[in-house]
Design a protein around this ligand. Structure first.
Ligand SMILES: [Zn+2]
Length: 937
């Protein structure tokens, strides 16, 4: 068995399952969080706390795991779909009662403790904690021999509402049945299935709170970079020496590198690691069942995961990872190995298995890495046979001996370039660059709003553009070994910034989540998405809720992700806090949002918000539809209204739906907003997803009078038309609705207006998916629940535009949609490319206060790039809809323009094509963009 790690593995904390429990605020209130059910002492021991919790259950204000499963009301979607099922596809999630009196009780931790005490390994486990303390020499809370809590175990909040994880009330068997590992459709749940032990040593819980993967990655890459620079130096000093000689000369530096990375791992709390099993396909279900049962019984480590079948790469390898808390805790690593042997998942005389630390995984250190570091820290054979020599010389032993962990962090490496954006610098000399770069060139790049040849160097250390030359330079202009690609005739575009995406995690992850949504984005050249504050549970309306969102996103994003906050009645006091936490703007509704946890605001609320945020660096955005006081319709409410508000025709006819949301909804709402704008004259206002052309004149007039208001429109309003929507095809339902062809032409006319004063500054996806059942699609429409084979009898009530969830899925298809439509309209190629970069990159970045690093190809900006083939065509099918639920009105349409590659901060994250795919080894390297904004749009 080779020492390989074929997939990216994220640490066992990546599922965010560990919550600190039973925290109390100074005034004695329970901190609002999901972890409370884990704290045995409070849960069973304190009648005061129990009474509080029961009160919360009664008032329906409790949140967390049990709500996620139980409180159907909290999830009810106000589309009139009254029989909401907790279902993903045809997989039913069990629904449990939320009352404290009924439902399964948690097992007391003592049982597990007793069990562990009966095991011979427990002494080794205790001893190993002492080792860890000695190594670290830091103020990291570790268990010591004197500590009476040495083996104290506390319960964990496991599973939450993640579909890829065994839930706390779910039996292992039920979990295995719900997510069968041999079933291809299980891949839809995510890249991994997870199982957690029911308890965790208390000390590790504390320790994990301080985990800082971002710092590990940042500093770790600096160390790797410094090592590569040293190697280049030795190579140039020894031009005629064989590679083996160079490798030998590098040996002390390599040891130092290993030591530094591992000590960094200890410092940043990233000490978890895993034994890796690669069973054959046939053995996989059995292996996974054995591992799942053992972990849930507390026999192995804190967590295990198994790679789900991957529909995209078609790979054949399997992988199960069994985690331990601490790679430096050799006794515990050995204890888990012994368990693995006991469970007959590995044989003493069979193939060895290998143990790898998560720190290496985070830094992309695989087998056969360029640094020639041994990627695994332990092998089963050497541990079992006591091959002391190799072990005693290994990095873990050195870490213990040298006590190097307190040395200062390495300085930031020198980076060529000014660090501040400036115009194309034709005089820069790339050969002088000291730092590692990657180079992209083409005869066609969008630079400074024009199409021109360019050679772009991006630092692989900082991820920023270090130079742009206004010509295609040859590879010889760069140091030998510099990665270089001339993409001519394809176009180098800035990565797209999609400033309007609904990712719905946590809470409605079965609709869309960070993993799938950001992969779909990367597939289409989108390198930044900004997540809307509603449709996840909880919505992003308080700082605490925002923290839940952030925890859910970490480690899952393939592109960079920013967040909006939400404005709802009564949350004004949270808005400044959300700004400090890094939200990029706010959104509120003037009409029913479709989900009841995100109610619409009134003019009284807007007044308060404008006064609160008048001088802040942010943007306030509105879903501008509002029911005018006298109207022939009340939108979706039409279905349970009495005449004269009843529908004007059959519910499955698109025109009936269109008539229910007339243009006046939009114009009335915009007038309402403009009428209050004087309260905050400096505050940028923004109308999301403008649909009706009739609203344009009033927005133009307001801007002419100095009101700081802009609008966005969406790919669908620029490419779809009401006339072409078939009866019952609810894939086209969104709000405000797709209007007629003349309206679409009018939107294009505004955006291309000769006076360059368009009020529509940006084009976004408003990607807002749901599960197929909520779309109520008739069985003949692609994407319908149960597929196209469903019988006719299944169609009762299907195709009802009023009951169906409103939202169109298109993240990652936008560039091709826009390009296809522009070419159909025979718009000039170069001008259109430049316009698209303005609408979808530059202006969207500015709208969310990221214009200093996103949206343009400039020195000092992030190296976010889309390589675009403007000629190639493709038909939208399941393999080009990478969002979670393959349901989109674009399915079956042929689009022109293909994103060949997507680069995120100097790293290629996706390549389209038969041999392409996602940079699985690099993993989801997207960052959460949480720097508080400093600019106004
Ligand atoms: Zn939206």
């Amino acid at each position: 068995m080779p020492d390989i790690m074929p997939f990216h593995g994220i640490g066992w904390l990546a599922t965010g399952e560990v919550e600190v429990v039973s925290q109390q605020t100074p005034d004695g209130k329970l901190v609002d969080g999901t972890g409370w059910i884990s704290e045995e002492s409070d849960f069973y021991g304190s009648s005061r706390v129990k009474a509080k919790l029961e009160a919360r259950v009664k008032t329906g204000k409790k949140r967390g795991l049990e709500d996620a499963f139980a409180a159907e009301n909290a999830k009810r979607v106000k589309t009139g779909f009254r029989k909401t099922q907790r279902a993903y596809g045809n997989k039913q999630i069990p629904v449990y009662s939320s009352t404290l009196d009924s439902g399964p009780k948690l097992e007391p931790a003592a049982n597990v403790l007793d069990f562990l005490k009966s095991r011979p390994q427990v002494a080794a486990m205790q001893k190993s904690h002492v080792n860890a303390t000695q190594i670290s020499g830091l103020e990291i809370p570790r268990t010591t021999a004197e500590d009476s809590d040495a083996t104290e175990l506390v319960k964990r909040a496991i599973g939450r509402d993640r579909l890829d994880t065994r839930q706390v009330h779910e039996s292992v068997l039920d979990f295995l049945r719900r997510a069968p590992i041999a079933d291809m459709s299980t891949a839809d749940l995510g890249p991994w299935l997870w199982i957690h032990s029911p308890t965790i040593p208390k000390k590790h819980l504390e320790f994990r709170k301080n985990q800082d993967v971002d710092t590990l990655k940042e500093r770790g890459w600096q160390l790797l970079e410094a090592f590569s620079a040293k190697k280049a130096e030795i190579e140039s000093d020894n031009p005629d020496r064989a590679q083996a000689t160079i490798t030998k000369k590098m040996s002390p530096y390599r040891e130092q590198l290993e030591d530094q990375i591992l000590s960094l791992a200890v410092k940043t709390g990233t000490t978890s690691g895993k034994w890796m099993l690669f069973p054959g396909q046939d053995d996989l279900p059995r292996f996974w069942r054995v591992v799942a049962e053992a972990v849930s019984e507390g026999k192995l480590g804190p967590t295990a995961k198994v790679a789900t079948p991957d529909a995209f790469s078609g790979r054949k390898e399997t992988l199960i990872c069994i985690y331990t808390y601490d790679f430096s805790d050799e006794a515990d690593v050995r204890r888990v190995l012994d368990e693995i042997l006991d469970l007959e998942l590995c044989r003493r005389d069979g193939k060895p298995i290998w143990y790898k630390c998560d720190a290496y995984t985070h830094l992309g250190i695989e087998s056969a890495n360029t640094y020639k570091i041994r990627a695994s820290l332990y092998g089963s054979t050497e541990l079992l046979n006591g091959k002391a020599k190799s072990k005693s010389e290994g990095p873990v032993e050195r870490l213990k001996k040298r006590k190097i962990v307190n040395q200062a962090m390495p300085p930031r490496p020198f980076v060529t370039g000014t660090g501040t954006p400036h115009e194309i610098n034709g005089s820069s000399t790339p050969t002088q660059m000291a730092s590692k770069i990657t180079v992209l060139a083409s005869s066609r790049a969008v630079i400074d709003n024009k199409i021109s040849p360019a050679t772009i160097a991006i630092s692989t250390v900082t991820g920023r553009i270090t130079s742009i030359s206004p010509s295609v330079l040859p590879p010889s202009s760069f140091p030998p070994g510099t990665p270089y690609t001339d993409h001519t005739p394809h176009i180098i575009l800035p990565g797209l910034v999609d400033a309007h995406v609904h990712l719905n995690e946590p809470g409605r992850t079965e609709w869309e989540g960070f993993w799938h949504g950001t992969r779909a984005a990367a597939f289409g050249g989108v390198t930044t998405v900004v997540d809307m504050p509603l449709n996840a549970i909880p919505p992003t309306t308080t700082v605490a809720n925002f923290h839940e969102k952030i925890a859910a996103a970490r480690g899952q994003c393939w592109v960079d992700v920013g967040f909006y906050g939400g404005i709802i009645p009564g949350n004004t006091q949270h808005l400044k806090g959300l700004i400090r936490e890094g939200v990029r703007g706010f959104k509120g509704f003037l009409i029913d949002s479709g989900v009841e946890e995100f109610p619409a605001v009134s003019s009284v609320d807007i007044r308060q918000v404008f006064e609160e945020l008048a001088e802040e660096a942010t943007t306030v955005m509105f879903h501008a539809e509002m029911i005018p006081p006298i109207s022939a319709s009340v939108g979706d409410d039409v279905q349970w209204s009495l005449p004269p508000l009843e529908p004007t025709g059959p519910l499955d006819r698109y025109q009936t739906f269109l008539d229910s949301r007339p243009v006046s909804f939009e114009t009335y709402a915009i007038l309402e907003i403009l009428g209050l704008a004087h309260l905050a004259p400096h505050l940028p206002l923004h109308i999301v997803h403008l649909s009706a052309v009739e609203a344009i004149p009033m927005l133009r007039a307001a801007r002419a009078q100095g009101v700081n208001v802009t609008a966005e429109t969406c790919f669908h309003y620029l490419s779809l038309a009401a006339e072409k929507v078939q009866d019952g095809d609810t894939r086209y339902k969104c709000c405000p609705p797709v209007r007629n062809q003349a309206n679409q032409d009018g939107l294009w006319g505004e955006m291309l207006s000769a006076d360059q004063e368009s009020v529509i500054k940006t084009v976004v996806s408003d990607h807002s998916p749901c599960t197929p059942n909520l779309k109520m699609l008739p069985s003949h429409v692609p994407g319908a629940e149960g597929g196209e084979k469903a019988g006719c009898g299944a169609d009762v009530g299907k195709g009802d535009f009023f009951n169906a969830w409103g939202g169109i899925s298109s993240v990652g298809l936008g560039l091709s949609i826009l390009w296809t439509e522009a070419m159909r309209r025979q718009l000039p190629v170069e001008e259109t490319l430049s316009n698209i970069a303005m609408w979808c990159c530059q202006n969207t970045a500015k709208q969310v206060g990221l214009e200093h690093r996103k949206g343009e190809l400039k020195v000092g900006m992030d190296g976010d790039v889309a390589i675009f083939d403007d000629v190639m065509e493709f038909e939208v099918q399941r393999d080009s809809m990478l969002f979670r639920n393959k349901c989109s009105p674009y399915q079956g349409k042929t689009l022109r323009g293909v994103v060949k590659e997507t680069w995120l901060r100097g790293r290629k994250v996706h390549t389209r094509g038969s041999h392409g795919g996602f940079a699985v080894r690099a993993g989801p390297v997207g960052e959460l963009l949480l720097e508080p904004r400093t600019s106004r749009a």
